[in-house]
Design a protein around this ligand. Structure first.
Ligand code: ZN
Length: 239
């Protein structure tokens, strides 16, 4: 014999398993959505990074020109106070060299500016292309997080209900219940309201079924085929 509270315990434990599975499924779903979101955000970030790198390059070239201009000014000042013709020629050559470098750098800048414009376009395009999907994913993830939180709360409640039931059942009976669980693949109490045993699947003859229902007592009546404790989940219309 088993006390009826253990049927409640079984129901709560089944519920707990169901909730654990549900949480695992939701976590898995969230993980997949996060991966999608990350991949989209990486695409956007990578376009942004390419643009920024090119803009930095542009700034470098511009400050290089500034530097060269200052250098030319310095050389021009030096030219005023040269003492020899050789030194004068040398400075002129240096000025020409720096001017040459400015011209080359300006040409380079024109190229880089075109690249910057193209990268700006690409960045805007990738942002527009993925913004709707990105927002949808963020919303979906938030919804799943809320769902996980709700299921977790339910799980906490079921856990404390399980503890509550266990605290009311003597140690010895709980041990017996665990033994039955091992013996009966986790299902100690089997519902027979469908006309067959939920545990072993045996369908009862109508005479047998009527007899079983007549005296059914959870924790006492057992399936004649598998030995599980039987009960009727739904109230049966007796004919
Ligand atoms: Zn059975």
């Amino acid at each position: 014999m088993l006390r009826e509270e253990l049927l409640d315990l079984q129901k709560k434990e089944v519920e707990l398993l169901r909730l654990n599975t549900k949480i695992k499924e939701l976590e898995e779903k969230k993980k997949k959505l996060m991966e999608k979101l990350n991949s989209i955000e990486n695409k956007i970030l990578s376009a942004k990074k390419k643009l920024e790198e090119k803009e930095n390059k542009l700034r470098e070239l511009e400050s290089f020109i500034e530097y060269k201009k200052e250098r030319i000014e310095e050389l021009k000042k030096q030219k005023e106070s040269v003492r020899s013709r050789d030194e004068f020629k040398k400075i002129l050559r240096l000025i020409a060299k720096n001017e040459d470098e400015i011209i080359k750098t300006k040409q380079q800048i024109t190229g880089v500016e075109t690249e910057v414009e193209a990268l700006k376009d690409a960045y805007e395009k990738v942002k527009t292309q993925f913004s709707t999907e990105r927002e949808r994913l963020i919303e979906e993830i938030e919804d799943i997080e809320k769902e996980i939180e709700a299921v977790n709360k339910k799980r906490e409640r079921v856990l404390s209900e399980i503890e509550e039931i266990k605290s009311q059942v003597p140690e010895e009976e709980l041990r017996k219940f665990e033994e039955y669980k091992n013996k009966f693949n986790g299902l100690v109490f089997a519902d027979i309201s469908s006309g067959s045993c939920e545990g072993c699947g045996m369908t009862y003859s109508s005479v047998e079924y009527r007899e079983l229902l007549k005296n059914i007592k959870p924790g006492k009546t057992r399936c004649p085929y598998c030995g599980r404790f039987i009960y009727a989940k739904k109230s049966i219309v007796k004919c």
